[in-house]
Write a protein that binds this ligand. Sequence first.
Ligand SMILES: [Zn+2]
Ligand SMILES: [Zn+2]
Length: 382
Amino acid sequence: MASSTEFDYYEFLGVERDASSDQIKSAYRKAALKWHPDRSPENKHEAEENFRRASEAYSVLSDPQKRSIYDRFGHAGLGSRGGFEGTGFNSTIFEEFQDILGDLFGVDDVFGGTRRGGRRGSRGQRGADLRYDMSLSFEDAAAGVTTQVHLTRRENCEACGGTGAKPGTGMAACKTCGGRGQMAYQQGFFSITRTCPACQGTGQVIRDACVSCRGLGRIEKQRTLEVGVPAGVDSGTRLRMPGQGEPGVNGGPAGDLYIFLEVKEHPFFERRGADLYCTIPVSFPQATLGAKMTIPTLKGNEEFEIPEGTQSGQIFRQKGKGLPDPHGGKGDLYVSVRVVTPSKVSRDQRKLLEQLGQVLKVENKPVERSSSFFDKVKDIFG
Ligand SMILES: [Zn+2]
Ligand SMILES: [Zn+2]
């Protein structure tokens, strides 16, 4: 999972920041050819790393949404690996960019036939992952919720079982490759076997197209999925639903569905991890003499008592009254007490306060540094 150091995607591919998608595609093809590990056996490791980088750059710049995020926020906007789903250098890079790389190399060639697939040369390709953005109320995120997700996704056509062939018509051998699924050709010193573009390596083509899917094998379907959101999730939490993405090709596994959560803010609770913070205003007499009051918690209103001599800014920890931690345990609720000074007083109140002022004196000297506000905050918030 070694995440590579960040590098500039445009710079790496050698394109301008306003490059067209065709320019980016062509730059990626060039880079992929240059850094193909089989072409630099004496420097395989460096070639692999550069190949991976080129693929990462291309995966972002070829996706208009990811590209605009990258343009505005850089790597930070995309997460640690630029939203690149490949882990290190492996064959999935070739699968993900098969459309482009298929023209350059035969995938089976590169990995010495270690890959699965039905017929010789056919490629079981994993289906695409899907993303769904879900917004949750603070309370639902705190308590956990089972909710429904409505999405449109491509699925295998039921009429033809995903083959794209009209039921009962079967398949015919591909004329382009003579049914072998692969085509060999010479490029410089290399003899390269490439996957047949006409049949995508299966060696077979459709005789008559299925009417339901017009030969595509896929149909867009509206789906409603039930999603269990665990208690204590936060904005940025990603739920993975295995196999709920798009179907695979040639018997490959389906992709996954990722649900990106966005939790709305609470009017008075602020959260840090599983801990909650809120501020309760109290009057000077309450702070001085101590007081009982009700405060809000996630479980509703609860009794809360401040002792005699409570200072403004003092923080009280209510153990276990925070959010559930998805990894186990519970956070705490921190109640910060703020003594409210009246901004306007009546004539009677003024008289009482003046009397009080005569008998209740505070020495107006700077406080010692050790009891300053910042230290207190540091102690509590760590
Ligand atoms: Zn063919
Ligand atoms: Zn069909």
